[in-house]
Design a protein around this ligand. Sequence first.
Ligand code: XMP
Ligand code: MG
Length: 181
Amino acid sequence: MYEDIEQILFDEVDISNATDDIAQRIDNDYKGKCPVIIGVLKGSFIFLADLVRRLNIDFTVDFIKASSYGERTESTGNVKITSDISTDIKGKDVIVVEDILDTGYTLSYITEYLRGFSPHSIRICTLFDKPGRRIVPIKPDYTGIVTDDLFIVGCGLDYNEKYRGMPYVGVPKKQSKKIKE
Ligand code: XMP
Ligand code: MG
């Protein structure tokens, strides 16, 4: 089914272990609280589903969608919210959940946007982090797996909307300098 994957970097066990780890940390940090967990669409939906099923604390879930436009294959500073949250987060503890943190443009824009609603706190949780690609200095509070500068797919991450359901994470064969989203 996924014969056009060049290399598997992280298998289901790696991803499950990383998710277990984050869930335990969030359970500890939010004991007695009820954070609003905000998934960044579309890429975070698999990780978010895996994560919340491991949590023992109370929480609510919402989603936000952002697009960066301009040059198609690179994230740019021109981020726009294309689908907003429907929860009143004023005074609430917010955890923003992403699939991957790359240049940082998207998450820094989203967190600044959400800060405008005066939440009590905001933390960032990402399944993957590519710190070597960072342009905006933003550090996640919860990181699953730190990875290199390769373009990866699977577990919610796509290339042209493909591979999101792949249970492991790897590099598509077409990986080239041009494929960087
Ligand atoms: P920035 O650069 O704003 O972008 O931190 C984060 C968004 O860029 C996408 N992205 C990827 N998508 N494989 C993907 O499928 C990757 O290796 C990758 N790196 C960045 C992703 O949409 C993320 O939300
Ligand atoms: Mg994304």
